[in-house]
Write a protein that binds this ligand. Structure first.
Ligand SMILES: Cc1cc2nc3c(=O)[nH]c(=O)nc-3n(C[C@H](O)[C@H](O)[C@H](O)COP(=O)(O)OP(=O)(O)OC[C@H]3O[C@@H](n4cnc5c(N)ncnc54)[C@H](O)[C@@H]3O)c2cc1C
Ligand code: SF4
Length: 491
């Protein structure tokens, strides 16, 4: 513990966002750098708790050794800090930017004060390490003769591949998209995570000996039998890509799109790819309505604003969450509270209020010449059990109609796609349609493993990395009879 009185002397400080009016003119990340002195003060606030909840089961899913690196930052020992951080997290440059930071919600200081700024410290440790040339390819000293196929190159596939490669196995990552990175690359907009950050890590992994094959759609242009024949183990990390849709009159009108049809297009344009104008979905000059109040909806919001929409609103079926913790959301658990993302701040700036509206149901869409023009909605009343909404009913007479020439459906994801490797391999699924695995992440088919959203359902980047690492440990044990890779009990 760097400074025993730090938590009494210093207040929480976080990185600030660039001014709204300038940041909506570009696609770059919204956060400004935070001064080293501020980070040191945050490191000094850490109490080095006897039981560090930040690191425990309700905190970081990777088991990041947070009190240790808080102390190292306070003492200015940046090189030691990255060594410590890389022990538990292969990609702190991703989580430092886009993790919602369950560690901060679990921080003991958060009981009666604001928590330690753990996420900014994490991001700065890795950014500092890259700037100083400390992050270099580390190929394994020896190779086993085992080959592993990883299907999917999102954070789960990348985490798994990195760990298996460390253990000396020859890893090939098959990715059906044209670029590596999964949702980090195609779903999450640049204003949250610039793509050179993903490419930089993928280049390091290539230099460490991992083979990436893009345009490789396993189960379609790559046969699962070929993977079975050519590899000693297979790890399925294909994500949870089956999106929830809405079944109301007018859904088939043009101009109503799933978020994951819309978002990847702008990311592609930002890469410099060409999309023909008639195919490109843009919010420019349109009245946009986003259905769904989660992360994906917020990403649609920030994208629509940058594209120059005429107006934008975001509707959520559930009621507005409380502003802070309530009795049934106690510390150290993740609270479902009202949060204002950078996109919400951008949308509110010109009109002075939040563009989100809660407890709204969509009844139908109507259009002209096959193109959506109006959304017809109704307000809802929710019956609550504590802070948990249990039953909804429509409020008679609260019907409304709004202009809408682009509707984006950000309603969450149901499960992985059953077609392709899942059905062709015949792996067993759980009740929600995710791949069922044992404690070692092995599916019902020996030698076939699964991790990330494909295993746990739609989740977070930090969980995907964590699951990828744990599946790698399971694979290593399966192939070698033992493993030196780290193990955590996650589920
Ligand atoms: C728009 C959006 C924004 C998000 N924002 C955040 C955020 O800010 N913070 C956060 O923590 N989480 C966020 N999430 C959630 C997070 O991105 C996911 O939980 C995480 O990416 C899951 O990782 P994964 O590796 O399991 O799957 P994915 O990232 O989905 O990667 C799966 C990969 O597998 C590939 N694939 C699928 N099937 C095949 C096949 N048959 N053959 C070859 N390749 C295949 C896919 O093309 C994809 O590249 C967001 C999700 C979305 C949709
Ligand atoms: S819970 Fe908070 S104060 Fe305690 S060790 Fe973790 S970061 Fe430090």
């Amino acid at each position: 513990m760097g400074k025993p009185t730090g938590f009494k002397e210093f207040k929480r400080e976080t990185a600030t966002r660039r001014p709204v009016e300038s940041r909506i003119l570009d696609w770059n990340e919204v956060y400004l750098d935070i001064a080293e002195e501020k980070l040191k003060r945050q490191g000094a606030r850490c109490m080095d708790c006897g039981i560090p909840f930040c690191h425990g089961p309700t905190g970081c899913p990777l088991g990041n050794i947070i009190p240790e690196w808080n102390d190292l930052i306070y003492k200015g020992r940046w090189h030691d800090a990255i060594e410590m951080l890389h022990k538990t997290n292969n990609f702190p440059e991703f989580t430092g930017r886009i993790c919602p930071a369950p560690c901060e919600e679990a921080c003991v200081l958060g009981i009666n004060e604001k928590p330690v700024t753990i996420k900014s410290i994490e991001q700065n440790i890795i950014d500092h390490a890259f700037e100083n040339g400390w992050v270099k390819p580390c190929p394994p000293a020896t190779r086993t003769d085992k080959k592993v196929a990883v299907v999917g190159s999102g954070p789960a596939g990348l985490g798994c591949a990195a760990q298996l490669n460390k253990a000396g196995h020859l890893v090939t990552v098959f990715e059906r998209a044209d670029r590596v990175g999964g949702l980090l690359m195609h779903g999450i907009p640049n204003f949250k995570l610039e793509k050179h950050i993903v490419n930089r890590r993928v280049d390091l992994m290539k230099a460490e000996g991992i083979n990436f094959v893009t345009g490789a759609n396993v189960g379609f242009n790559i046969k699962v039998e070929d993977l079975h024949r050519d590899f000693d183990a297979i790890v399925l990390c294909g994500g949870s890509t089956k999106a929830r849709d809405i079944d109301v009159p007018g859904r088939d009108l043009n101009g109503i799109h799933l978020a994951m049809t819309y978002l990847p297009m702008q990311n592609k344009i930002n890469f410099g790819d060409h999309i023909p104008e008639r195919e490109f979905i843009s919010a420019k000059g349109k009245h946009v309505i986003i259905l769904g109040g989660g992360d994906t909806g917020a990403d649609c919001l920030g994208t629509a604003i940058r594209q120059g929409c005429k107006s934008v609103q975001q509707f959520e079926l559930l009621p507005k969450p409380p502003a802070g913790r309530v009795q049934d959301m106690p510390w150290p658990y993740w609270p479902m509270i009202y949060r204002v993302s950078s996109a919400h701040e951008e949308a509110a700036a010109p009109i002075g209020h939040d563009v989100r509206d809660f407890a709204i149901n969509t009844q139908s869409f109507s259009g002209v010449n096959g193109v959506v023009k109006k959304l017809h909605g109704i307000r809802l009343e929710w019956e609550m059990q504590g802070s948990r909404p249990v039953k909804m009913k429509e409020i008679p007479g609260s019907e409304f109609t709004l202009d809408c020439d682009l509707c984006l459906l950000a309603l969450g994801f149901i499960s992985p796609e059953p077609e392709g490797p899942i059905s062709q391999l015949g792996v067993k699924l759980d009740q929600r349609g995710n791949v069922l695995v044992d404690q070692n992440y092995m599916s019902s088919i020996p030698g076939v493993f699964a991790a990330g959203d494909m295993r746990r359902g739609q989740s977070l980047v930090v969980w995907a990395i964590s699951e990828g690492r744990q599946a790698a440990r399971g694979v290593d044990e399966f192939l070698m009879g033992r493993s030196d890779l780290p193990k955590m009990k996650l589920f």
